[in-house]
Design a protein around this ligand. Structure first.
Ligand code: ATP
Ligand code: MG
Length: 156
């Protein structure tokens, strides 16, 4: 088990240069001080970093990224929200495919191969957890994934 809040803070610190290069504001809304989850720490760090990289890449200058953890009984929900370009509704199912890049992102930002979310999806599946996206064109995108709450398991 590891502290998911601590892992998220570390991901932000590791990507400080990237974040400040676009003058982005980061807001962290953590449910409680320490929030322990079960899973493979390195893999979950990969998930958070891939989601954070996307949030930065598809944000406009001076945008805001909100990182949130919410305890929900035996689960912890972790979300990465941006106020960037958004993803069209009919493309939202395909973003998980290897090498898929939306029409909008191909025009705006050609960097990347379209593998980040396929890797994320694989890791989440291996953990028998869920991930979903809510997005509106021109308004922003929110990715949320679940983890098992470690403290809940031992108290119960
Ligand atoms: P890579 O991650 O391999 O560097 P990538 O970021 O283009 O490349 P994915 O992370 O797999 O690939 O994302 C797939 C596509 O989903 C992106 O190209 C983009 O079209 C869309 N997408 C992902 N995250 C966001 C986001 N936060 N806002 C807007 N579009 C997004
Ligand atoms: Mg990516």
């Amino acid at each position: 088990p590891f502290d998911i809040n601590e892992l998220i803070r570390l991901c932000v610190i590791k990507n400080e240069t990237l974040i400040t290069s676009k003058n982005l504001e980061i807001e962290a809304n953590f449910d409680s001080e320490n929030l322990f989850v079960t899973g493979d720490k390195d893999s979950i760090e990969r998930v958070v970093i891939n989601l954070l990289h996307n949030a930065v890449k598809f944000s406009n200058e001076n945008g805001k990224i909100i990182l949130e953890t919410v305890k929900n009984k035996d689960k912890v929900l972790i979300s990465v929200k941006d106020d960037g370009i958004g993803i069209d509704e009919n493309e939202q199912k395909r973003i998980w495919d290897r090498f898929y890049k939306s029409d909008k992102s191909r025009g705006k930002d050609k960097t990347g191969t379209g593998l980040g979310l396929a890797i994320v999806k694989n890791i989440i599946n291996e953990h028998k957890q869920e991930i979903w996206v809510e997005s509106e064109m021109g308004a922003g995108t929110k990715f949320t994934f679940s983890m098992d709450n470690y403290k809940y398991n031992i108290e119960d």
